[in-house]
Write a protein that binds this ligand. Structure first.
Ligand code: CA
Length: 423
């Protein structure tokens, strides 16, 4: 076990009870103070810690990492240090902020320079994303969608139980939390009528998690399920915005296009796969048995509680969904093994979306499409209004965390307001 995962570690920094960011988390992100350059940061409680400054002050001398890794506008140079390099850094940070270690605790001046309250910091898109792949790995979600749009008796397509279905998405429109999204315009078509151009009337979220990869193997080689987790840096919350009416008209035969690529929102803190190790759980039983290259040993799923809140303009938050990452039928190791089985290479900073994470009960469905069942079951808000899809000026908030006894490791949130379409 790494030092940072020791559940008994206590910090000399004050950490609110129930914080997503105890000393055992040590996520990584890119932060910025107003008018200043970005820097690589971690978060402990409500403190954002400037790792570039701590590096300059000599606190990471033993790690032999170059300064430009921390003075960067994205985590990619840090990820190039690989799993071992980042593990050592995470351990060093946990040690430095542990009770009993006085190196930094005794230097108030350095603390003032390098530690900021979360409220004065702006979080940036953490990763320069090369390729973005989106999977479709929740059986409950795929079944619900199949029931709505195809045959309720044969909701899953024949390939679904045999391989983790995925498609190549678009990375240029991935944004981070607190950045608004415009309602997209495009072609939609009602039954029996000609298509029209205009604002989408069915803008939806998709509750997903994303994982970020390290450099993979050379083109032509594959990553096995056994090896897969060595190539995963960490996870984030991921809202894969969707325009259902545009999607329905355009997706045949090559799959979704403009219905999906107008925006996807990721949370700013990447929680390392190392930090999530205490929360590993068994995966759902897979029947029929999968092909050999998709078989795996041990626990490959993670118990991460996920929540979606919808906040009308000037209104209060309404929790509309509670799901869990552990419901995913296909796990990350299988997704990565499948993605590379033909020799397709992955690179440092690729993002893989899990696909919408729906659970077994109606309150655990991970999209408005399912929660309001294609518009037939409007969802009540506390202000007396109802929703079937997302309205202009609504804010959608995802939160996620793991909990085991006293230990809570969380992701913070990803928050996005939907603005009206451009004229
Ligand atoms: Ca998706």
């Amino acid at each position: 076990m790494t030092i940072a995962n020791d559940p008994n570690l206590v910090s000399w920094l004050s950490i609110p009870a129930d914080s997503d960011f105890p000393l055992q988390n040590i996520p990584f992100g890119v932060a910025c103070l107003s008018h200043n350059e970005c820097f690589i940061a971690t978060r402990i409680g409500d403190n954002v810690i400037n790792l570039a400054l701590l590096h300059r002050l000599g606190y990471f001398n033993a790690l032999n990492i170059e300064a430009n890794v921390f003075n960067a506008p994205c985590l990619n140079p840090l990820m190039k240090q690989g799993k071992c390099g980042i593990r050592a850094l995470r351990d060093r940070i946990a040690t430095l902020f542990s009770s009993g270690n006085v190196e930094l605790q005794n230097c108030v001046e350095h603390q003032r320079e390098a530690i900021y309250n979360v409220d004065v910091v702006r979080m940036m898109l953490p990763v320069q994303i090369g390729d973005y792949t989106d999977f479709y790995s929740s059986k409950e979600h795929a079944t619900n969608v199949g029931m709505m749009f195809r045959d309720p008796e044969n909701a899953l397509l024949p390939n679904w139980l045999w391989l983790p279905v995925g498609y190549h998405g678009r990375s240029s429109s991935i944004i981070t939390s607190d950045m608004a999204v415009r309602r997209p315009k495009g072609q939609t078509k009602l039954e029996g009528e000609n298509p029209v151009y205009g604002p989408s009337k069915r803008v939806d979220f998709e509750l997903e998690m994303g994982f970020i990869t390290f450099d993979g193997k050379p083109l032509g080689e594959r990553i096995t399920t056994d090896e897969a987790e060595e190539y995963i840096f960490g996870l984030c919350l991921f809202n894969d915005w969707s325009a259902r009416d545009i999607q329905q008209w355009e997706y045949v035969p090559l799959g979704p296009f403009l219905a999906k690529n107008f925006a996807s929102s990721m949370s700013p803190w990447i929680v390392t796969l190392d930090a999530l190790q205490p929360f590993k759980v068994e995966s759902p039983v897979q029947n029929p048995p999968v092909l050999d290259y998709l078989k795996f040993e041990g626990k490959k799923s993670y118990d991460i509680q996920l929540e979606v809140f919808l906040q009308p303009a000037n209104g209060e938050e309404n929790r509309i969904c509670s799901s869990n990452f552990k419901y995913m039928y296909w796990n990350m190791a299988q997704q990565l093994a499948h993605h590379t089985v033909n020799g397709c290479n992955i690179r440092c900073g690729d993002l893989m979306g899990s696909g919408t994470i729906s659970g077994p009960t109606p309150d655990s469905y991970g999209s408005m499409l399912e929660l309001a069942w294609k518009g037939t079951l409007p969802i009540a808000m506390s202000d007396g209004t109802t929703r079937t899809f997302i309205q202009d000026f609504d804010t959608v908030i995802f939160r996620g965390f793991c909990r085991q006894k006293e230990l809570r490791i969380g992701f913070g949130e990803v928050r996005t307001q939907l603005l009206p379409a451009f004229e």
